[in-house]
Design a protein around this ligand. Structure first.
Ligand code: ACO
Length: 436
């Protein structure tokens, strides 16, 4: 069978070469330009990786125009409706949904890895009380590499699997400890008898004088449902900036805990996972409903750096399917926890206003998942500076799945992009006292 190809011609030199056109199981065909430099002596330039695939992957598929998101082939809508976050994590990591026994042992193993080494807990004392929790996350997760390095054999799939399990299990414990350090509360140990979300809520909010879980392990079901849903929706999103960072760092063979810390750093930015926190800062900046038209005008003004946070997406150009799912839960949570917080009214009014605005319609700028996630977290009393940390907990499932996938790929190579050099051509050194 003949292979589909794409011809690339250098119109200056007249040289031309053919390149294989690869077709995945779904999605846009992809030209393999690995031999472009060898054949034509040129590189490609694609700032922001708008048209460039950096790897092959079986994990997640997105069709941005149709608003489709599949984890291992399963539509996000079905997983959001029927699954738990740990079930989805198992799916992402292993490729198949677990049966009852597999889910039981996976959950049990996660529970048994939730504890932090006491020496690691001591790291928190080194941070100033007002350190941003994301800064602490980068530091503490990175320092896990100091605890798990010597005995780690990255060639051994079982070593890799345990590393991935440890990261998924310890992330809520570290996240809660970051919060408690910032408010000066003693840490709460994880409990083996609680579910993943329940355990996190207990570690976040329990006080010696006021236990979060009073009796019969009761925790408000709407809170747990909302958290579970947000974790599922944020669990993976194929080659986004933080996952690509994890892959690039890992391609050197670096310690996996250090690579995940690199992913956490990338997630922190307001154009990525920091958007949920930025949404709330933006709402505070807008202040009142009557100011919405003024800020919408600022967002449309090319000379004004203000952007509507929580709107727009690199891949989704019609709607973000995660936003459609979470919007419903957002209203459910606001109904469950009625409040006179003016920011909620402002958020809903802003959503309505922007959705009717010609600029946003024409540029296909819709609320993304983080517009609603910030609002939900605020209603659940999660502090604003913890919003991106919540995203870290969820995205760890995706990061470790991509790490496992690439580490088991025998064709994997170090990631080393090229550049278009625009600096000085060769010039001679001038001694210090001869310089003007
Ligand atoms: N407010 C106002 N205008 C916007 C916005 C916005 N939020 N987003 C995009 N635009 C405009 C741009 O100015 C640009 O206009 P132009 O064509 O006239 O130049 C056009 O829409 C396309 O935008 P780009 O910046 O080229 O789109 P890109 O794909 O590079 O960026 C991004 C996507 C970063 C998400 C952008 O929409 C943005 O900054 N949004 C706000 C931050 C945010 O919510 N990030 C969360 C993303 S979701 C996640 O990480 C889970």
């Amino acid at each position: 069978m003949s292979q589909d190809t794409v011809s690339i011609k250098n119109n200056t030199s007249g040289e031309e070469a053919e390149f294989p056109l690869l077709k995945g199981s779904l999605g846009t065909p992809t030209v393999d330009i690995g031999t472009l430099n060898k054949n034509l002596g040129i590189f490609t330039y694609d700032q922001g990786f708008v048209s460039t695939a950096s790897c092959k992957s079986d994990i997640t598929f997105i069709d941005g125009n149709k608003g489709i998101l599949l984890y291992r082939g399963y539509p996000i809508e079905q997983l959001a409706k029927h699954s738990s976050f740990l079930e989805v994590s198992y799916l992402l990591m292993n490729g198949e949904l677990p049966n009852k026994d597999e889910l039981f042992s996976f959950t049990d193993e996660i529970n048994h890895h939730t504890m932090l080494h006491e020496a690691l807990s001591g790291f928190f004392g080194g941070f100033h009380y007002d350190a941003h929790p994301m800064a602490m996350m980068v530091g503490v997760v990175g320092s896990l590499s100091a605890f798990y390095h010597g005995e780690l054999n990255m060639e051994d799939p079982e070593h890799r699997r345990i590393s991935a399990m440890r990261m998924l299990a310890k992330m809520p414990t570290i996240a809660a400890a970051c919060y408690r350090h910032s408010v000066g509360w003693p840490n709460v140990y994880p409990r083996l008898d609680l579910g993943y979300c329940e355990n996190f809520l207990n570690m976040m909010f329990s006080l010696p004088s006021q236990k979060y879980i009073e009796k019969d392990n009761y925790i408000d079901p709407i809170t747990v449902k909302a958290l579970n849903l947000l974790f599922i929706l944020h669990a993976d999103h194929e080659q986004n900036a933080s996952t690509s960072t994890v892959r690039l760092a890992s391609s050197t063979g670096a310690n996996p805990y250090a690579c995940i810390a690199a992913g956490i750093s990338a997630l922190w930015g307001p154009a990525h996972g920091g958007a949920n926190e930025a949404v709330l800062s933006m709402l505070a900046q807008i202040g009142t409903v009557d100011k919405i038209p003024e800020y919408i005008a600022k967002a449309k003004d090319k000379n004004d750096p203000f952007r509507l946070m929580g709107f727009g997406h690199r891949v989704y150009k019609n709607f973000d399917p995660r936003a459609t799912i979470i919007r419903e839960t957002c209203y459910e949570v606001l109904e469950r926890f009625p409040t006179d917080d003016p920011l909620f009214e402002l958020a809903l009014a802003l959503e309505e206003y922007a959705l009717k605005d010609e600029y946003f319609i024409e540029k296909k700028l819709y609320p993304n998942v983080d517009f609603y996630s910030g609002i939900i977290y605020r209603a659940l009393k999660i502090p604003e500076n913890m919003f991106t940390v919540m995203f870290v907990i969820a995205r760890t499932a995706g990061w470790v799945s991509h790490w496992l996938e690439m580490m088991s790929d025998p064709t994997q190579r170090i990631g080393r992009p090229r550049q278009l050099y625009t600096g000085y051509a060769n010039r001679d050194y001038v001694p210090t006292d001869a310089r003007k």
